[in-house]
Ligand binder design. Structure first.
Ligand code: PMT
Length: 212
């Protein structure tokens, strides 16, 4: 289970990040634990307290998140990637704080590893892979594209432009896209959305090689 943003450092004072609060991922972790799952929560920097009884691993950058995800995915039954992993990072880290006096700095970016795509590309038999999609348009089609491109079993699409959905709000309204089709959930609390996601995950066909 991943949650929250990643932070990609630019200089000792600045970083690239996003508006993820971790609420969606923490809700998924808590509801899974309440259902009896053994949960490892790999969390970017958030202002939420660690959920009781859950092994929470704190990371900062996409590279650190990747390392922890690949390590723990090795013996996981289900991986859910709700984290908002930064797609890019500054190509060069400045050891000194960039001073205002200098001309506007041009910041070159480079791609971060796509952890979900990497997990999908090296599918371990028995692993059930759930990704999220933060979209602002063509939600269902984008979800389907991601399902195929990342070889996931389920993509949870949420609209990041809505006032009551996506980043840093208590509610969400998601579309569940899997190989059998898609279904739109109503606007619910993130906790209730998490419960509905787990209910749906339990209806998915066991991935080949699942020993359960
Ligand atoms: O944390 P909250 O404030 O509650 O907000 C919840 C949320 C909006 C962050 C969450 O519901 C959500 O949409 N998370 C995914 C955000 C995201 O990165 O979406 P994406 O469409 O850019 O990425 C698609 C998938 O690939 C995601 O599962 C993401 O975890 C994964 N990814 C993305 C980039 C990357 N370098 N590696 C990845 O694994």
């Amino acid at each position: 289970m991943t949650a929250g943003p990643t932070r990609e450092p630019l200089d000792p004072a600045r970083f690239l990040s996003n508006r993820s609060s971790g609420k969606m991922g923490y809700a998924l972790a808590k509801t899974a634990a309440r259902r009896g799952a053994e949960v490892v929560l790999i969390s970017g920097p958030v202002a939420l307290s660690e959920p009781a009884g859950i092994n929470t691993i704190h990371v900062t950058t996409a590279a650190e998140m990747r390392e922890q995800v690949l390590e723990h995915a090795r013996d996981a039954d289900i991986v859910v990637k709700a984290a908002a992993v930064a797609d890019f990072k500054p190509k060069k880290y400045r050891e000194q704080k960039i001073k205002k006096s200098s001309a506007e700095p041009l910041i070159e970016l480079e791609q971060n590893p796509d952890i979900l795509a990497e997990l999908g590309g090296t599918r371990r038999p028995g692993l059930l892979l759930v990704g999220f999609a933060a979209e602002s348009r063509n939600h269902e089609q984008e979800g389907l594209n991601k399902l195929r491109r990342k070889n996931a079993d389920l993509i949870v699409v949420n609209d990041i432009l809505g006032a009551a959905t996506g980043f840093d709000v208590e509610t969400n309204q998601v579309i569940l896209v899997d190989r059998s089709g898609s279904r739109q959930l109503p606007l619910l609390s993130k906790v209730e959305t998490a419960n509905r996601i787990w209910d749906h995950v339990l209806t998915l066909p066991s991935p080949p090689g699942r020993s359960l």
